[in-house]
Design a binder for this molecule. Structure first.
Ligand code: BES
Ligand code: MN
Ligand code: MN
Length: 461
């Protein structure tokens, strides 16, 4: 087991804070220079931690940072994936402290303190655990595998350029297993290993009525109001049982076995707590499925943003010419994101009344992924968590998406192990994102044990 000295602990926190200060917002081109600065920071950190070779690869979008420490060709190679880009912090006014000025505070769930900043958990904090774990393994002479790092800067905008990158660098990225900390676990007393990610299809719709904004008195009642129409179209996308009405949407979905559903039902989950924490009186979702199932093994459709007309101060009587919405669908195994995007487009066009025109833009997407538990990667992770938490981790399907993970398997032919250390309550993508120091250091302790057990299991194979 590696040891973390207390002066190292403080230094690790300080270094992470330094990284968190860089606003690497990939979605907003205003931050172009900052995102690139983030890539350079990561390259330097990899170098200092013991990578013997580090490189920055330019892509059509943001650079990919690569690092490696190859100690012996006969030993297995672990490829670490993570991302240094972050989500926009908006709405900034809902943060208790500025998103790029990290502070440490305690919370009910994080009695030992948590770092508050955009990216603290997703994914700078979690990605950085791997860099520090490498540093400790190298310094304490406990690195039992070859290591490669591939840290990207476009995950939060769909990893559009990464597929080509991995296709072009297959040999460089050759590995036996891919290790990722970009998901969560159930709680600090019940660790879990993520065994599934949902796919994603992201759409944007524009509904146009009259060719200009109109006085709502002069024209109201006689001309279709695009915002009214869009709202009605959106409502039609779910039926009374909260099932999605797009024809063919559920076709081909792989059934989850009763055995698996039973296992999911046994995982620690308290509905009352869940509702209390979100301040909602009732949960809502597809009929016939539990809350845990609804947010992991079932597909969904959500409006992420909707705008149009007058939203400024006071009132303005107007019928807007255009209404807009961004709509995403989370997908499960058996659904193909490109097919789903086409089905959405066709259906949305078909339900549009003649009084308006619709334009549909297909944004990014990705396939769902399931990690098997009967491989040495999963087993090594299981042993590692069991040692550091003194509790066996349980498999857990995550509701989020990491588009490159299924492509890793297609292109590089290897499986990913999703060792997340965040909590659902860490507010990723939301105001006041944070990452517990307990979680950060548990991660740094658990990762070297993964390497140890993986190397041992690999040898036995
Ligand atoms: N780290 C998340 C994905 C995640 C979080 C998976 C928690 C499972 C549990 C990742 O950074 C993310 O936010 N992905 C996006 C997808 C992307 C195409 C924008 C997502 O899930 O919305
Ligand atoms: Mn992430
Ligand atoms: Mn994210």
């Amino acid at each position: 087991m590696v040891v973390i000295q207390s002066e190292d602990k403080q230094r690790f926190i300080d270094e992470l804070i330094d990284l968190l200060k860089i606003p690497t917002i990939s979605a907003d081109s205003k931050y172009n220079d900052e995102v690139k600065k983030g890539a350079a920071w990561v390259k330097n950190a990899l170098q200092k931690a013991g990578c013997t070779k580090t490189e920055i690869f330019e892509t059509k979008g943001y650079p990919v940072v690569y690092g490696e420490r190859i100690i012996d060709r006969k030993l297995p190679t672990v490829l670490v994936y993570g991302h240094y880009d972050v989500q926009p912090p908006d709405p900034v006014e809902l943060w208790d402290s500025p998103p790029f000025e990290p502070v440490i505070k305690t919370t009910k769930l994080h009695q030992e303190g948590a770092i508050f900043a955009r990216g603290a958990c997703d994914d700078k904090g979690q990605m950085f655990m791997h860099i520090k774990a490498l540093e400790l393994m190298v310094n304490q002479d406990k690195l039992p595998c070859n290591v490669k790092f591939m840290i990207e800067g476009e995950e939060e905008v769909g990893s559009d350029n990464l597929e080509l990158f991995i296709r072009n660098h297959k040999e460089k990225l050759e590995n036996d297993v891919i290790l990722i900390s970009d998901t969560g676990m159930i709680s600090n007393t019940q660790p879990s290993i993520t065994t599934g990610l949902r796919g994603l299809s992201y759409m944007e719709v524009i509904v146009t009525g009259p060719n200009r904004d109109l006085h709502s008195g002069l024209y109201g009642g006689a001309v279709a109001n695009p915002i009214n129409v869009l709202s009605k179209m959106i409502t039609q996308l779910h039926d009374e049982n909260n099932r999605i009405t797009i024809p063919g949407f559920y076709e081909g979905i792989e059934e989850v076995s009763d055995h698996e559903r039973l296992r999911m039902a046994k995982a620690p989950f308290n509905l009352k707590d869940y509702k209390n924490k979100l301040n909602i009186r009732e949960v809502s979702g597809e009929k016939g499925f539990s809350t845990i199932e609804r947010n992991s093994i079932r597909p969904t459709l959500d409006v992420n943003g909707i705008w149009g007309g007058y939203t400024g101060e006071g009132a303005k009587t107007v019928i807007a010419s255009k209404a807009h919405a961004k709509i995403s669908m989370r997908l499960v195994p058996g659904q193909d994101w490109e097919v789903i995007s086409d089905l959405f487009k066709k259906h949305f066009e078909s339900i549009a009344p003649k009084s308006v025109q619709v334009e549909i833009i297909k944004h990014h997407g990705g396939q769902a992924y399931v990690t098997p538990t009967d491989n040495i990667g999963y087993q090594a992770a299981h042993k590692a968590y069991t040692e550091t938490f003194a509790v066996e981790p349980i498999p857990h399907k995550g509701g989020g998406s990491i588009p490159i993970v299924p492509l890793f398997e297609d292109v590089l032919g290897t499986k990913s192990v999703l060792m997340g250390f965040g909590l659902d309550s860490d507010a990723i993508h939301s105001p006041n994102e944070h990452f517990g120091l307990f979680n950060f250091f548990k991660g740094i302790e658990t990762i070297p044990l993964f390497y140890k057990h993986y190397a041992a299991l690999f040898k036995k194979k």
